[in-house]
Design a protein around this ligand. Sequence first.
Ligand code: BV8
Length: 236
Amino acid sequence: MSDIRKIVILTGAGVSAESGIDTFRDGGGLWEQHRVEDVATPEAFARDPDLVLRFYDMRREAIQTKLPNAAHLALAKLDAQWRQAGRELLIVTQNVDDLHERAGAARVLHMHGEHLNAWCTACDVRSRWTGTLIERPPCPECGETALRPDVVWFGEMPYEMDTIFSALREADLFVSIGTSGAVYPAAGFVRNAREFGAATLELNLEPSQGTAWFDEARHGPATQIVPQWVEEILGK
Ligand code: BV8
């Protein structure tokens, strides 16, 4: 194995695309003629809660019918073998699906939350949720009908930013997989990683908006280029 000891991986919707989960921009970023940026906001939820709850109910149900793909499985293999060798890996995902976990990855940080959690705005408790929220079910903890999707909307602070920045500060390598580099602060991590001295690699179907910031960029479907890279890094 190489002298690389600490890796931070950022994934986006492109890593789940070949599992049949739509990305944000491939479908033109529209859902029922709404721009995602217009539905995934606290303002939209306040203005039209049924629209927003339907949007998330539909996606929560859809992800439960999908399976991890070769890219998720390769990252889970890296997670297991890298840790076994006493090295560090953090997978930070912008995705709200659970395919990294179902592929077997042990440590996944969902900076934008998770479809399979519901967050009670009355008692602040998060509960695992696989059903729908449109019918305003009671919070399992406090009984209030105050559940919302546990997803970070535009204008809301992503989760665990301190943990992410600590890992970026220590990283020898930062790898961005399947993301357009359109949404901050995630899109800025490559610049932070460079400033902290990490090498940077982009694995994406096509050049992302931040591709110029990467030392190296490989383009192709994640199910091909991610397993190839994992074999390389494990074989070094
Ligand atoms: C924050 C959860 C601050 C929800 C998501 C101007 C006005 C208003 C706001 C802003 C502004 N400028 C900047 C902002 C901030 C804003 C932002 O960046 N807006 C953008 C639109 C400009 N960011 C925020 O609001 C963030 N919060 O800044 O808070 C703050 C400070 C103090 C106090 C309070 C707050 C929060 C952003 C989080 C929003 N939530 N997701 C949900 O899922 O419904 S964002 C969502 O889109 C994803 O999580 C992801 O992060 C993001 C981008 O999506 P990608 O994953 O990259 O997917 P995309 O479709 O774009 O790209 C897919 C890529 O995969 C493509 O490149 C494609 O080529 C590739 N691909 C496709 N197929 C394959 C493939 N690659 C490989 N193989 C394949 N087969």
